[in-house]
Design a binder for this molecule. Structure first.
Ligand SMILES: Cc1ncc(COP(=O)(O)O)c(C=O)c1O
Length: 433
């Protein structure tokens, strides 16, 4: 048998040699993963890691989900690719399903691509064509992808490589209550960050906007969760100036926030366009832009995504949605998510390093600070905590503008026992810091 750790070393060296260095990895000594099942990832030595990040909020229904994999395997044998020049059943059936579950059943047309970045490209293009306006509002601390346009929409300097400048995009203050950009406190603030959008439109745009794009909970930004009034006020202002409201649900869709299929529904808002990717395919590359029909119809002319709507990825996505439905995973996210929230609050009681606990359902975060009063970001400690969690065989994510937020997003079909295990390992890791 091959020496697993030697093979691992070879892989790390080859990775360094043959991949762009921008393909970054966690840990000072990268972790080589070999296979995965359910809520566990395994290295080549067979060590099991409890996966509470899900490949960046992507493994929605567990690694190697047997129902999804069986559907994918059957489809691989039947029809792998013909392009969207032809009608195929998996694409149509998925679009039909998405129309049925979209907020109010109103976002009934879909455009499939391969990633969240492309889903956002499609959304912005469609909004511009529909409104005849070009200016877009995005939020500070947002992440919308890695194309030139998506990097320009992004307001998180680390992820804006090169000259990611593009005219027609302005960035509003986000609803970061823990570090309020206005130094105010909710609810006395009157949700000033949302009201400020009007001032932004008056001062920094022509007054006619194509729309606003926002993540219901800012993912890469560190699971920043706006107060419940925020999006109603924001969408109202955007529509007053002729714009569309686009919800970037790459991280928040498919029931992860608990109860609703889409995160934005938690704020009682019906968006004009929704984009998503990640958890829809459980690891298969798929992106989708969903829009109200009259808006979708504005994307006229020729456009193609060779792999978009591919029979295999759309089959996977439909199987994911069916599994979420059959197993009541949206309700599971509510129940297990609340339990996770309680456990994180308990950890906060015990460890002063934890300054804030936030999130919804199974999308939760802890923000680490050196001092609770000054809120100085504990970035180095966050890196150390990731290493300590690795020692405990626990995988978690990192985020936030200052790199001091731990992101927790396990598969949606975990149970309370998994949360107990997570909390025990996280406590051990914090203890060892
Ligand atoms: C909110 C959000 N939008 C867009 C994207 C880009 O998606 P992708 O990496 O699939 O292009 C991401 C990726 O992390 C994301 O979190």
């Amino acid at each position: 048998m091959a020496d697993a750790s030697k093979t691992g070393q070879d892989l790390i060296l080859a990775d360094k040699k043959y991949l762009f260095p921008a393909v970054f990895h966690y840990f000072s000594q990268p972790l080589v993963l070999d296979h995965a099942k359910d809520q566990f990832c395994y290295d080549a030595d067979g060590n099991a890691y409890l996966d509470f990040f899900g490949g960046i909020v992507t493994v929605s229904v567990g690694h190697a989900n047997p129902k999804v994999n069986a559907a994918v395997q059957a489809q691989l044998e039947k029809l792998t690719h013909v392009s969207t020049c032809f009608v195929t059943e998996p694409q149509v059936r998925l679009a039909e399903k998405l129309a049925a579950i979209s907020p109010g059943g109103k976002l009934s047309k879909a455009y499939f691509t391969n990633s969240g970045t492309e889903a956002n490209e499609t959304a912005i293009l469609t909004a511009r064509l529909h409104t005849g306006a070009s200016e877009i509002i995005a939020l500070r601390h947002s992440y919308h992808g890695r194309s030139a346009l998506a990097m320009a929409l992004t307001a998180h300097a680390n992820w804006k490589l090169g000259p990611a400048l593009m005219p027609g995009i302005v960035h509003a203050h986000n609803a970061y209550c823990y570090r309020c950009p206005f130094g105010a406190t909710y609810p006395d603030c009157g949700v000033r960050c949302a009201q400020d959008l009007e001032e932004l439109i008056h001062t920094s745009t022509s007054g006619r906007i194509a729309g606003m794009i926002a993540e219901p909970i800012q993912g890469v930004g560190g699971f920043i969760t706006p107060p419940r009034e925020y999006f109603k006020i924001a969408a109202g202002i955007v529509r007053k100036y002729g714009g569309l409201f686009i919800a970037d649900e790459v991280q928040t869709a498919w029931g992860r926030l608990g109860g609703n299929w889409f995160g934005i529904e938690k704020w009682g808002v019906e968006p004009d366009i929704i984009t998503s990717a990640k958890g829809l395919g459980n690891g298969m590359p798929i992106g989708v832009t969903m829009a109200k029909p009259e808006i979708a119809d504005s994307l006229k002319g020729l456009t193609i995504s060779t792999f978009g709507g591919n029979p295999v990825t759309t089959t996977a996505a439909k199987a994911v949605l069916d599994f979420i439905e059959a197993e009541n995973l949206r309700q599971n996210c509510t129940q297990v998510g609340e339990y996770l929230g309680v456990k994180l609050e308990e950890l906060k009681e015990k460890f002063p390093l934890i300054g804030d606990v936030r999130g919804m359902g199974l999308l939760r975060a802890i923000e680490l600070v050196r001092d609770r009063k000054s809120k100085e970001p504990a970035a180095a400690e966050t890196n150390q905590l990731l290493e300590k969690c690795r020692d405990q065989r626990l995988l978690i994510g990192k985020g936030g503008l200052y790199g001091n937020v731990v992101r927790i997003s396990p598969p949606m079909n975990i149970g309370k026992g998994d949360v107990d295990e997570f909390a025990a390992r996280m406590s051990q890791a914090l203890e060892k810091l």
